[in-house]
Design a protein around this ligand. Structure first.
Ligand SMILES: *[C@@H]1O[C@H](CO)[C@@H](O)[C@H](O)[C@H]1NC(C)=O
Ligand SMILES: *[C@@H]1O[C@H](CO)[C@@H](O)[C@H](O)[C@H]1NC(C)=O
Ligand SMILES: *[C@@H]1O[C@H](CO)[C@@H](O)[C@H](O)[C@H]1NC(C)=O
Ligand SMILES: *[C@@H]1O[C@H](CO)[C@@H](O)[C@H](O)[C@H]1NC(C)=O
Ligand SMILES: *[C@@H]1O[C@H](CO)[C@@H](O)[C@H](O)[C@H]1NC(C)=O
Ligand SMILES: *[C@@H]1O[C@H](CO)[C@@H](O)[C@H](O)[C@H]1NC(C)=O
Ligand SMILES: *[C@@H]1O[C@H](CO)[C@@H](O)[C@H](O)[C@H]1NC(C)=O
Ligand SMILES: *[C@@H]1O[C@H](CO)[C@@H](O)[C@H](O)[C@H]1NC(C)=O
Ligand SMILES: *[C@@H]1O[C@H](CO)[C@@H](O)[C@H](O)[C@H]1NC(C)=O
Ligand SMILES: *[C@@H]1O[C@H](CO)[C@@H](O)[C@H](O)[C@H]1NC(C)=O
Length: 879
């Protein structure tokens, strides 16, 4: 019994190891330019079959146990060796004997404990040695030959002392990393091995240091930087530390998270006479800074006080006369006294994000003559209303950037920024601004280049909104609820230097043709997520609105999600510089030939999620010429010779990047190709098809005639009358009917499925009630004459109606006859792909303006009503 169990378990061990072998057998080292990457391969040895001339070897994340010079004999050119993240517990002496050129040796995350004598003795060319995350016991000056070493990392090693040797050594060391060890004190002689070294930085963070013995830091040749983050210093030890640093070369001191809750007048006294330029005091729960505490730091240029909790008094920053950068993010508590900053006459960057204080007072920023950048993002400081006083204390500064994002501004009064004549960038994004811009808000911003107003509540424009800021180059107005741009003259008219304009996400439904006139330098125009579809409709009263007409230098144009279903052929004429065009997520079906004739230098075209069925050379040829990215996926492609052959061939040979080419470019029709990839369309069958075309037409006509006859015989009632009606109208173009327009009782006869009766009554009757539209529908339930047969009633009603509306829903579509019928109006109960595309069965079957889609978004319903009315009132032929 017992032996059976044993056998079983040893068998399973064998199985596991076989499995591991399979896994690693499948992978191998990757070699790129003299660098071999053998990481993550579960290796137990350095492979012997790599090219001899590799200069880099990454063998990290494996299962190496031991490393000696013999293992590296083959690879004598190595400059870089990464053996980190293994289980190496043993190094052999003279490790670098066979790799004299080695400069970087990484051995972190191993199990090194005892280092053999002379282990690095030949590593004289080493500049970087990483021994972090081991358990190294330092004995006998292991690093003494490393005369070129710049960086030594011994972090996370349970070291009890910073003393790494007796003899003076490591003359070229610049960075010594000793964080996260068990060092409790710095003895006077600990650093004497560095007595001839100029250290840029020594990192002693996260050590339980409690004692700095006299002279401990003076033992180092030159000490420029000291990092002591996460060491429990408190006020007393900080003061002791500063005393130890006096008369050193210290320039950069980091004391983040050292429990320094209080800074007294003498805490930093020891630093007097040093050239300290950078001081990090972040994350200290600092609650008290005594007046004049920083008086000793006259060389300080960079002070980080992020994440504390102190009160700023008028003398808190006294003496910081060289300070250029002050970080006060999330650090202030209570009021900021007037003139607090006036000592800081060299300050250029003041960052005060994420604070709460009662407000900006009259002399808060007085004296900051050199301030260039002020950020008050996400501050809760009662800034609801910006007046001409708010920033008056900056009148003598040369502020270039003012960042007021998320400061809950709701109103800008006239002259709000008039003190900031040098300002170049004003960020007012993500606020609650709700007002009409009269123009005077920005008066005095004589050098402004960028105004960022995106994501505000309700910014209404008028013609004068930007008259005082003609120097503007970028104007961002995304999602500010400025839905009306039909202004004369256009509010953008004064902005002749504008290069970037973002008015996306505004539900804009109306603009004038001249809205962008004069913007000759405009480079980027963002118009996505608006309702511009009506403007480009052929049936728009007055014709399509060609608002892009003067943007001759436009490079990037975004028109995504605008409900566009028609594009006028002239709309992109003259836009020779266009590089990126996004027309995605619209309802485009047929694009006119020559539309893109001027877009020969287009790099990127997006037409994804439209209703495009055919991609023909006469439309897309010019646009595809120098294309680098095409996104035209998720369209119901019609994979017939005439619609797709050219495209399929282009896709097969193009070097452009076409994301989703092998998954998202799918034929919808004809049935033979339904669901297959456009790429797989066999265009060879299309060659030489011309002679057969005529035959096809003849045959098709015959078949159609036959079907028609069958229909006449088999269908009775209103369907025949109606089909007849439509056929006649298609041919005669409603001519005779239009002449006697006055005789029509109804604007339209509405055909729908019985199940949709309630929806139809609700929506159509409410449209009739709208006094602007003056429309009357003929609804079967309501308007049929009593006492007449249904057939007669239908025919009479159709005669009395100018147009016919089909409410196409799933219910109606269940009748196959409807699929072949002319569709005027489709209602989308849900976004069912099949239903949606059933309506656009084949290219050219319907004119696009005859098909109106019930909008998915509530906000577009009224725009939809408008479209419907235009369609009904227009005099066009076959509706
Ligand atoms: C180095 O060579 C020794 C002896 O051949 C071998 O045991 C060890 O696994 C080798 N180590 C590596 C990392 O290849
Ligand atoms: C390195 O060796 C490989 C073959 O082992 C050779 O193809 C390659 O040219 C060599 N590279 C250099 C820089 O000598
Ligand atoms: C260090 O590298 C140089 C070439 O960069 C080489 O000439 C020299 O011999 C190497 N040093 C040692 C001790 O091998
Ligand atoms: C200290 O280093 C300098 C060059 O960095 C060298 O000239 C000098 O001899 C060294 N002094 C000692 C005592 O090693
Ligand atoms: C700091 O030092 C002062 C006097 O030198 C002493 O009264 C105080 O208790 C010390 N604080 C701490 C936390 O050790
Ligand atoms: C501070 O810098 C000045 C000029 O750069 C220099 O003369 C002086 O020696 C430095 N002081 C210290 C303590 O390093
Ligand atoms: C600031 O606005 C007030 C009215 O709100 C006006 O009386 C005052 O003259 C303005 N001050 C400046 C400097 O424009
Ligand atoms: C303003 O600050 C926000 C938040 O930190 C940042 O996203 C934005 O880029 C800044 N604006 C400018 C102009 O620097
Ligand atoms: C527009 O830009 C030009 C060239 O950069 C500059 O000379 C001109 O002053 C600018 N116009 C305005 C109104 O700032
Ligand atoms: C695509 O190109 C390859 C060779 O470049 C050719 O063999 C193949 O027939 C082409 N396919 C189509 C659909 O044009």
């Amino acid at each position: 019994m017992g032996s059976a169990v044993l056998q079983w378990s040893s068998l399973s061990v064998r199985l596991v190891s076989v499995c591991l072998l399979c896994v690693s057998a499948g992978k191998q080292c990757q070699i790129r330019y003299e660098m071999a990457d053998c990481s993550h391969l579960k290796l137990t040895q350095i492979p012997s079959d790599l090219p001899n001339n590799i200069t880099g070897l990454d063998i990290s994340h494996n299962q190496l146990r031991e490393l000696g010079p013999a293992n590296l004999t083959q690879y004598s050119q190595l400059v870089y060796l990464n053996a980190g993240y293994n289980i190496i517990s043993k190094l052999q002496p003279d490790l670098c004997r066979n790799v004299p050129l080695l400069q970087i040796l990484k051995l972190e995350h191993n199990e090194l404990h005892k280092l053999p004598d002379r282990v690095f003795s030949s590593c004289t060319n080493l500049t970087e040695l990483n021994l972090g995350y081991n358990r190294i016991d330092i004995k006998n000056d292991p690093f003494k030959n490393l005369e070129n070493l710049n960086i030594l990392d011994l972090s996370h090693n349970f070291l009890k002392s910073a003393n790494l040797g007796v003899q003076q050594q490591l003359e070229n060391l610049r960075e010594l990393i000793l964080n996260s060890n068990q060092i409790t004190e710095l003895q006077k002689e600990d650093f004497s091995f560095l007595s001839n070294t100029s250290l840029n930085s020594i990192d002693l963070s996260s050590n339980p240091l409690t004692e700095f013995h006299v002279g401990c830091l003076h033992a180092i040749g030159n000490l420029f930087g000291l990092i002591l983050n996460n060491v429990e210093l408190g006020e007393n030890r900080t003061k002791k530390l500063c005393t130890e640093l006096s008369n050193t070369a210290i320039q950069n001191l980091s004391l983040s998270h050292v429990k320094l809750s209080y800074i007294g007048k003498s805490t930093f006294q020891g630093l007097q006479g040093t050239n300290l330029t950078v001081l990090n005091l972040s994350q200290n729960s600092l609650s008290v800074i005594e007046d004049d505490s920083f008086q000793w730091l006259s060389s300080l240029q960079y002070l980080n006080l992020k994440r504390n909790n102190f009160h700023v008094s008028s003398r808190s920053f006294y003496g910081l006369s060289s300070l250029k950068y002050l970080n006060l993010i999330d650090s202030l508590n209570g009021k900021i006294e007037d003139f607090s900053f006036h000592w800081l006459y060299h300050l250029e960057y003041l960052i005060m994000d994420n604070n709460n204080f009662p407000g900006i007072t009259a002399n808060m920023f007085t004296g900051l003559h050199n301030l260039k950048y002020l950020s008050l993002c996400n501050c809760n400081i009662n800034l609801q209303r910006i007046t001409n006083k708010t920033f008056s204390s900056l009148a003598n500064s040369s502020l270039h950037v003012l960042n007021l994002t998320k400061t809950r501004i709701s109103t800008m009064e006239s002259g709000a920024f008039s003190s900031l004549g040098h300002l170049k960038i004003l960020d007012l994004g993500l606020n609650e601004i709700s007002q009409e811009l009269t123009g005077h808000e920005f008066k005095g911003l004589n050098n402004i280049q960028v105004i960022y107003l995106s994501y505000n509540k309700n910014v209404a424009l008028r013609s004068e909104s930007f008259i005082f800021v003609p120097s503007l180059r970028k104007l961002m107005l995304r999602k500010v609820g400025c839905s009306n741009l039909a202004l004369s003259p256009s509010p953008f008219r004064p902005l002749q230097n504008l290069t970037v304009l973002d008015i996306s996400n505004n539900n804009i439904a109306n603009m004038k043709e001249d809205v962008f006139d004069g913007l000759h330098k405009l480079d980027i125009l963002d118009l996505q997520h608006n309702n511009l579809d009506r403007l480009w409709k052929h049936a728009n009263p007055g014709g399509p609105v060609l608002f892009l007409r003067s943007l001759t230098n436009l490079r990037i144009l975004n028109l995504k999600s605008n409900g566009l279903d028609e594009i006028p052929v002239q709309v992109f004429k003259g836009l020779f510089q266009l590089k990126i065009l996004d027309l995605g997520s619209n309802n485009l079906n047929v694009l006119p030939a020559t539309l893109f004739d001027d877009q020969g230098s287009l790099n990127s075209l997006n037409l994804q999620k439209n209703l495009i069925t055919s991609v023909e050379e006469k439309v897309f040829g010019p646009a595809f010429k120098s294309l680098r990215i095409l996104e035209m996926d998720s369209n119901p492609f019609d994979c017939t010779c005439e619609s797709i052959a050219w495209f399929a061939e282009w896709l097969n040979v193009t070097r452009a990047y076409v994301p989703g080419l092998r998954s998202q470019y799918i034929c919808n029709t004809p049935a033979k190709y339904h669901g297959s990839l456009v790429l797989h369309f066999d265009s060879s069958a299309c060659k030489d098809s011309a002679p057969f075309k005529l035959l096809f037409v003849i045959t098709a006509t015959t078949v159609m005639l036959l079907i028609f006859t069958v229909l006449i015989i088999h269908f009775e009632g209103w369907r025949v009358a109606f089909y007849w009606n439509i056929s006649v109208n298609r041919i005669l173009g409603f001519k005779e009917l239009d002449i006697q327009q006055e005789e029509f009782h109804y604007d339209a006869y509405v055909i729908h499925a019985r199940q949709d009766k309630n929806w139809v009554s609700k929506n159509f009757i409410s449209l009739e009630k709208n006094p602007h539209f003056q429309i009357r529908f003929c609804l079967e339930e309501r308007d049929f004459e009593a006492g007449v047969s249904e057939f007669e009633a239908t025919v009479n009603s159709i005669k009395m109606s100018r147009k016919i509306i089909f409410v196409v829903t799933e219910h109606l579509l269940q009748d196959p006859w409807f699929l072949r019928s002319i569709t005027l109006f489709s209602k989308l109960l849900n976004k069912d792909y099949k239903l949606y595309h059933a309506l656009h069965l084949r290219r050219g079957m319907f004119r696009s303006r005859c098909i109106l889609n019930w909008p998915a978004q509530k906000e577009r319903v009224s725009a939809f009503h408008q479209q419907l009315v235009i369609a009904l009132k227009s005099n066009s032929k076959a509706h």
